[in-house]
Design a protein around this ligand. Structure first.
Ligand code: ATP
Ligand code: BTN
Length: 262
């Protein structure tokens, strides 16, 4: 990212009600570092940002590729309320909505979409990945880390041969020059805004309105195999609803399910 140190970052984000702000030139993973901090109970919305991640990860420890000066990689610590704990998997949808609406706000674009549940797409290619992880002591939730990785410039985009789904970056897809810090500021603003009515039906509607492939035939792959159908949207729990050829509706929870257009 462009000319950054912790002091500048703190100044740039000073008007937001964040907790501690930590910036690293290089880290294995901001999620890993934030997960270690959770139990020290820093203030809510403590933020960990790295210019370069050497071992970023997604679900099931799959690698997330980042490049110094070209990727925006950060993790935020949240302490979910009792009500939010009932909808814990939806935090990744909250992050996706924040990134998507930040793209709309900053770049006046309508082409940002969310591949259910949480990949942010531009031109049907992934430009941002999200991973929320919780720390538990028995059945007590000690906090949640919301990790977001965004491809800002083309150097952030991995070679196609390394990818399960096509990828792009903001600058290529939108044809603009992006100030990563200003963009980070807007994402955090959006996140704070939408958390104000999370996890209400209004929030679910905001998410659903931005889902990619609605009305199209999609394939869902899980441990139980593959299923095809027309994507309907999400139900009141955020489960994905697919209509089979027979007309039967299937609801998929936010577990390890992969969605692909056909
Ligand atoms: P699925 O689409 O199957 O649900 P996912 O999109 O949620 O999976 P993860 O399981 O979280 O992805 O794993 C990360 C995946 O993201 C990697 O397997 C790799 O294909 C892809 N990837 C890694 N780095 C980048 C990047 N910088 N930009 C876009 N995609 C990336
Ligand atoms: C995905 O592929 O969909 C999830 C990728 C999540 C990547 C971000 S980058 C910041 C944070 N640190 C990590 O190691 N992972 C997340």
């Amino acid at each position: 990212m462009e000319g950054v140190d912790e002091k500048t970052l703190v100044q740039q984000l000073a008007d937001l009600p964040l907790g501690e702000i930590h910036f690293f030139n290089e880290l294995p993973s901001t999620n890993r570092t934030a997960m270690e901090w959770i139990t020290q109970h820093p203030l809510e919305y403590s933020l960990f940002v790295a210019d370069h991640q050497t071992a970023g990860y997604g679900r099931n420890q799959r690698s997330w590729f980042a490049s110094a000066g070209a990727s925006l990689s950060f993790s935020l610590i949240l302490y979910p309320t009792r009500q939010e704990l009932q909808a814990l998997p939806l935090f990744s949808a909250l992050a996706a909505v924040a990134v998507c609406t930040a793209l709309e706000t900053c770049f006046s674009t309508e082409k940002a979409q969310i591949k259910w549940p949480n990949d942010v797409l531009l031109d049907e290619k992934k430009c941002a990945g999200i991973l929320c992880e919780s720390r538990w002591q028995g059945s007590i939730n000690e906090g949640l880390v919301m990790g977001i990785g965004i491809n800002i410039r083309s150097a952030a985009v991995p070679p196609a041969t390394d990818l399960l789904f096509p990828a792009t970056c903001l600058e290529d897809a939108l044809g603009v020059s992006v100030d990563s810090w200003k963009f980070l500021h807007v994402i955090l603003e959006q996140l704070l805004h939408y958390r104000g009515f999370f996890p209400s039906s209004t929030f679910l509607q905001t998410w659903q309105n931005r889902l990619a492939f609605r009305g199209q035939v999609v394939t869902l792959t899980s441990n139980d195999g593959q299923q095809q159908g027309i994507m309907q949207g999400v139900d009141e729990q955020g489960f994905l609803v697919i209509k089979e050829k027979s007309g039967r509706l299937h609801h998929f929870s936010l577990g390890d399910v992969s969605l692909r257009p056909v």
